[in-house]
Design a protein around this ligand. Sequence first.
Ligand SMILES: [Zn+2]
Length: 180
Amino acid sequence: MAYHGQLSPHQQIKLVNTNTHTHITVQSSQAGQQQGQRSSYTTGPWRTPPTLWRTEAGYILRIEAQSSIVLQIQAGGAISLLRELPPLGDATVLGLDRIPDAEILESMTPMEPMAPMEPMSPMEMRMGNMAMKMGDMALQPMGINPPPPPANTTNFCPQCGAAVQQSDRFCRACGHNLNP
Ligand SMILES: [Zn+2]
């Protein structure tokens, strides 16, 4: 589940709940510069949608989940954990909009910490991400590029650059000996 809200004309908040964590991103854009503050908390799944208030001390966010948390977001974007809900007085509740599930995956991909892995070539990396996306988005084929042709069947002639098959002994375009 995920929600986003507008803190101010230049500041947005995004809340994403996975089964185990709540990820909070506060993004400010000022003078063309984008700045983000991001925090993650172990909350378990939300029980109700999060609530956001605007107070004199900044914004207060309550996440009701397996482990409920209260957060304070200062005007500058800094996020801190509070022990309990402060007196809200005449605080204003700010609306949060539900983000469709399809968009969550897009936005989550760069936020999830990557498992440590061996250095990979760009091609393998791209296929790794793609495989992951396809696993998460089995019913969402939109936005997935067709896989590149398998790397082991197409080579390029070192002489003229034409595409050649791995089984070719000579380039079909210029006749260069591919297996000298
Ligand atoms: Zn050639």
